[in-house]
Design a binder for this molecule. Structure first.
Ligand code: ADP
Ligand code: ADP
Ligand code: ZN
Ligand code: ZN
Length: 841
């Protein structure tokens, strides 16, 4: 390890000293890292950066904090595990701002995460304009999530959900037996309701429309829940005879009208797919009382700058800021009058407006001014959410803390990265330390101190190649980061390919795009660029994808978790051009490959099916009669009965978020002991799940089917992942690359359009080069690749660039420049051009 002595970091106590760190792949490393500095951890994916920054430093800070607040936590750490490190000295308390893994379950918005909504409610309550004679509304009364505030008609949802005969009985020519009441459950539940109606003497073999209206209304809308004897399998006549003779029934059944079933399931079911099913039998409309504003009329009467609080929360933050500024600076028209009539209220208004404007100013600086307070956090990209959280930290004025961040530049155009660095320096000047895992060369160059981990991924990484000021890394021969940082590896230069045709998307009207027309070349690799919030994702991941999906007549992967209460009514853009060349659309996005620790890379890619077959074919498995199913942790049989194959159990903590701990019975192995006795070449099924892709590749060398699957995973830079790594532990970028690898195995047909959203997230420049080759293979096989992209290395190597802008939100949404990378780099109107020129050289 090379360490340069530097006078600026001379005092011992200014350093965090780590001794003997062995978490995950770390090779018993020791190092000193300065405090009150911007420290950047670099290295290729899987080298061990996160294991050091999050797994060791942050985990240890967290452990000490929990121990200090909760004696119970001490016991818990025996189960959860402490970081594997001999000692860490000089470690301040830590706050982690991690890219979110999986999706948040809580429903939150930009306003609630930043606490700006609370402040805004106080402002409306204390200093809003009330109609003459109306009493003051307390701050809670401005929240649709409280009984005081919620509109009584729609309970704060802004929409009401109703059912009608037509919505629940789509085809009235069917009989009840033929499932006329489509809204009732399928399978047994529906049969049960039918049998109950038979007992009640209702004709289930007459077409629905010929039944008396009174009967139909009762079946659909009754609140009554009679409990009656049911004779399953009996004809109506047999049932009536059995009732007369008072025969013993099969069971007692409870009637539930179709409306009751639909509304109850929608309100109470835990299952997203059940909800989705019943939702199709409901009609939703804007609430007639609050017109979608979600609040009681008293609250909506209160105005500030002429807007009610809902309207104000729907402004872009940049515009809200502009409206607040005059009040923060006491230079609004009615100022003198207010001071005279209500002096204390005028002072309160000034203070609250100033506080709000100051906090909103931070969001503006981080390039987030285009967001609205009302914007729900699940619709934000992970990078945006991380910056929203960062903004919240920036104005909370903590001192002496270390902030541990995961690739904060993700999703940022190089022009926005400047502002991010400024914000990080603000935290540093405030007396804090910053530990940042990053791949972006601009951020790496601006670090006070670099910790480079490597040289390769997984077992072949985990060493500290360098720890010191950036300049010194140049001397480190085996650092891949040094290659890209100092030797300007030029992107694979090639003549841009000639498009085989064009796709024209016209009249796009969505978010900040208005009547936009864009042409996409076919048979080539296109990068869509632009500052964050300019409209790239709206154009590519939404408008283009929706239009193509409609053209191909299939929805893009059913997004069962797209949990919008109010389905967005999108008007489709028009699609034209050489559509005949296309046969299929594949959207490769960053959504998790699963929501529970049950799904993992091996199951998702189909690889695990082959592995289980190998185990079932071993002599011991055959002798015992174990089939491939025995080696699944998703069904009963071979799995650990205690954790039902999850390997983890949830531990509830008083006052603290609950945590997962290894299952005490199988110790995280997921299987029962008998299953684990079966081995393939000396390794049992749990051992295989614990292997990294790289290790498995050697282990399964004589199995070509498995080998091919593993090869593609390595090609997209995932050789370091463990086969059984739960879906919930994967980052968005990793999930996207797993999907890409799965697609690469299937490809070969040509005519497919692949749509990707920032595929380079989380990738070291060295990994980007490999990913690029994979995408080029797809193009060379006759497919079209369209990617939203910020990394100039990737943009420069594309065949075509479409630059959206010029700025964010309503100040963006236009095509600023388009052409080959060289053409766009020369365009004076494009904010991307200077950065592209720098890479093209
Ligand atoms: P980086 O942050 O540089 O991409 P990581 O620190 O995430 O790398 O991973 C380094 C190595 O540790 C990889 O081989 C990875 O598979 C392994 N690893 C990561 N998380 C875990 C875990 N929870 N358990 C076991 N191994 C892990
Ligand atoms: P980019 O991908 O270039 O960062 P986006 O397409 O995500 O930009 O956003 C463009 C504009 O549309 C922004 O003003 C953003 O706030 C808005 N927007 C994006 N998604 C939504 C949404 N789901 N609801 C409301 N506004 C949205
Ligand atoms: Zn309402
Ligand atoms: Zn278990």
């Amino acid at each position: 390890m090379n360490t340069l002595p530097v006078s600026a970091f001379s005092q011992e106590d200014e350093f965090v000293q780590v001794r003997g760190a062995r978490e995950h792949n770390l090779k018993d490393v020791s190092l000193s890292i300065p405090r009150h500095a911007l420290v950047v951890f670099t290295g290729i994916s899987g080298s061990g950066k996160s294991s050091l920054a999050f797994g060791t430093l942050y985990a240890e800070a967290q452990r000490r904090y929990l121990e200090s607040v909760s004696p119970y936590a001490r016991r818990l750490f025996h189960q959860v595990g402490v970081p594997d490190v001999d000692a860490i000295d000089g470690l301040p308390p830590a706050v982690a701002l991690q890219q979110q893994r999986g999706t948040p379950t809580a429903r939150s918005s930009v306003g609630s995460v930043t606490t700006l909504s609370n402040l805004l409610r106080m402002l409306y309550s204390r200093a809003g304009d009330y109609p003459a004679g109306q009493e003051i509304v307390y701050a809670d009364g401005f929240s649709p999530n409280t009984p005081e505030g919620a509109c009584p008609e729609c309970h704060g949802l802004g929409r009401i959900y109703t059912v009608t005969e037509a919505s629940m009985v789509p085809d009235p020519s069917l009989t009840i037996r033929e499932r006329a009441v489509a809204a009732w459950p399928t399978a047994w539940g529906g049969q049960n309701q039918r049998d109950i109606l038979v007992t009640l003497g209702i004709d289930v073999d007459t077409p629905w429309r010929d039944l008396p209206q009174e009967t139909r209304d009762w079946i659909l809308f009754s609140e009554e829940q009679p409990v009656v004897p049911v004779y399953p399998g009996f004809t109506p006549e047999e049932t009536q005879r059995a009732l007369k003779r008072k025969l013993e029934p099969g069971y007692m059944g409870t009637f539930s009208s179709a409306r009751r079933h639909v509304l109850h399931t929608f309100a109470n079911s835990e299952s997203a797919s059940m909800k989705k099913r019943v939702q199709q039998y409901m009609i939703s409309e804007v609430c007639p009382l609050c017109h979608g504003q979600r609040l009681r009329q008293e609250a909506l009467n209160v105005k500030f700058t002429g807007l009610d609080i809902t309207e104000f929360s729907r402004l872009p933050v940049s515009e809200a800021y502009e409206r607040l500024l005059p009040y923060a600076e006491d230079r609004y028209p009615e100022h003198a009058e207010r001071v005279k009539n209500a002096p204390s209220e005028a002072i309160a208004l000034q203070r609250m407006a100033a506080d709000l404007a100051r906090r909103m100013g931070v969001l503006l600086k981080l390039g987030l001014g285009y967001l609205q307070l009302e914007r729900s956090t699940p619709t934000l990209s992970p990078g945006e959410l991380q910056r929203v959280r960062l903004a919240t930290q920036l104005y909370s004025n903590l001192f002496g803390v270390v902030y541990v961040l995961d690739e904060p530049s993700a999703g940022l155009h190089p022009a926005d990265t400047e502002a991010l660095l400024e914000a990080l320096n603000g935290l540093k000047r405030g007396g804090n330390s910053l530990f940042v895992v990053e791949h972006d060369l601009d951020v790496i160059r601006r670090a006070d101190w670099l910790v480079d981990v490597g040289p390769a991924a997984g077992e072949r990484g985990g060493r500290i190649l360098y720890s010191g000021p950036p300049a010194g890394l140049q001397q480190v021969a085996d650092s891949q980061t040094a290659q890209y940082l100092f030797h300007a590896v030029t992107p694979d230069r090639h003549e841009p390919r000639k498009p085989t045709g064009w796709l024209e998307l016209s009249d796009v009207n969505l978010n900040n795009l208005h009547h936009l027309t864009v042409r996409f070349p076919l048979g080539v690799l296109t990068s869509v660029t632009g500052v964050s919030g300019s409209g790239k994702s709206t154009l590519v991941s939404q408008a283009l994808v929706d239009a193509l999906a409609a053209y191909f007549g299939h929805p893009v992967q059913p997004d069962e978790e797209e949990d919008d209460d109010a389905p967005r009514s999108r008007t489709l853009a028009k699609l034209g051009g050489d559509l005949g060349q296309l046969s299929r659309l594949i959207k490769v996005d960053q959504k998790p490959i699963g929501r529970t620790p049950r799904s993992n890379m091996a199951t998702y890619t189909g690889l695990f099916d082959h592995v289980r077959k190998l185990f079932a074919a071993t002599p011991l498995a055959k002798k015992r009669g174990y089939s491939a199913g025995r080696f699944s942790f998703n069904v009963n049989g071979g799995r650990c009965p205690h954790c039902q194959g999850e390997g983890w159990v949830m531990v509830e903590l008083l006052f603290l978020p609950s945590v997962y701990a290894a299952c005490p019975v199988c110790h995280g192995k997921r299987y029962n002991p008998e299953t684990l006795e079966v081995d393939y070449h000396g390794q049992n099924i749990a051992d295989v799940l614990a292997m990294t892709v790289d290790t498995a590749h050697e282990f399964f060398a004589d199995e070509p089917t498995i080998g091919r699957a593993l090869d593609t995973l390595r090609e997209v830079g995932l050789g370091y992942l463990r086969l059984g790594q739960p879906a919930t532990e994967l980052s968005g970028g990793e999930a996207q690359r797993i999907k890409l690898a799965t697609e690469l195995q299937r490809s070969g047909r040509g005519g497919t359009v692949y749509v990707l959203d920032e595929p380079t997230n989380g990738l070291h420049p060295a990994d980007i080069t490999r990913l690029q080759r994979q995408l080029e293979k797809l193009v060379d096989a006759g497919n079209t690749v369209i990617a939203v992209e910020h990394k100039m290395q990737m943009v420069a190597a594309s065949d075509w660039v479409i630059d959206i802008g010029p700025s964010a939100g309503e100040a963006g949404g236009k095509v600023v420049a388009q052409g080959t990378p060289t053409q766009v780099a020369a365009d004076p109107a494009s904010k991307t051009a200077p950065y592209l020129r720098a890479v093209l050289g």
